[in-house]
Ligand binder design. Sequence first.
Ligand code: ZN
Length: 440
Amino acid sequence: MMNRLQFPSLFRQTSGWLLYILLSSMLTGCVSIEAVHDPLYRASAHTSTIIASASASLGGSIRRIEITVTEGRADYCKIRTLNGVAPSAIPCRENASRVIHTCEFPDSPKDAICKYPLDTHPTPLPGSIRDALVHEPSSFHTHPEPKLVTYSAMVETSSGLGISYESTDEITYAAGDYPPGLARPIWWHKEKNLDSKIDIALFPDHLSYGSYDFFLLDVDTVLKGAFLNAGQSFSKLYTQNRNFVNLWAGPFGIFSNGCNGFDPVPQYRNTDIQALIPIVALMDGKALFDRGRNNITCSNIENPGGWAVMDVAVVNNSGRTKAGYEPAHLFIHESGHFVHGFGDEYPGGGNYAKNLCANVFSTKSLCEIAGSNRGMSANTSCERITNGANTIDVWHRVITPPGPLDDLMDNKIQDIDWLTDCRYCVLETFTKCEAGTCFQ
Ligand SMILES: [Zn+2]
């Protein structure tokens, strides 16, 4: 039951299908399973652990967890097109082999964890599994060699009514040192069409990082804080819905040029431009990580396809950037701009939206019409955007009376979540992903 979509219809009448879920759960027992890998990606030799966690309720108990892992060498690849085949920045895999790791639970617990540690250093045993894409043999040598690892987990539970099974989605990720022209997957639904996922890539500012693994430490902090973090209000929605995203890392080759007004398109370093452009072209959103070179974070407002430049350096051991934000919170706010096309809900930001599903409005009446169309007029009102005495003639929806949380597109530092229109529109995008095309 994890990672299921929360439909926007939750804003409307929910009692009918909640009752249905309750009744069907009582009949079958209920189990959830999720699987993650840790660390998310390292280019150097390391041990990567795949962790499956299952939880049974309503009289069920856990008998067994199985983790299926497929591992092989990543390589250049061609994709089939209408005109034949074309080179792709998305990696293929060759000589892959598969193992199934099983954890048995004879004590029939309600909660169980199964771990599979994977040493990514040695060259894998020759296998016979090859991806279905058109493989392009290459002779590049990197160390440790680039790998693609795919995993999924399955739990077997028993209850008074028999045995049932639940599985996770398959996730593919990179390990080892990739050549520049290949995108490195961090959280990739390899078997699904790219159009049915929100593809976000992170790039290192080449003057900020002495080694690629230093960049990947920041990637770990930001992505775990945003997508593997059920404990904070700002990350809950992305964490619950992480199966609608693919996350990627790109190579060195871009340098941060600050924000340049509100058009922070980073500058390419000429030597690597050929390798970078095909990766950039595939993404629905891009973030360039910078460590204090410009001391600034900003995005352009696009839906999808924007860029963010983010200073992710944290001050001492505070876990917060110079501006006082957790890096994951900053990333989620910026993704509201560079993926969802939302405007800022405080004066002085980018106070316009580039999404038909907008969160800011030029008149009070447009705000009220949108609220009524979205079924969320109750307990909300349309107000001018204000921040103390500073007010502008742009409108947004606020909860009345105010709740404990502020909206992520406001610039508050703590106690934030996706609220009102932003929440509605992000969920609408996830619903479109579920139907096969996130952006259309
Ligand atoms: Zn903003």
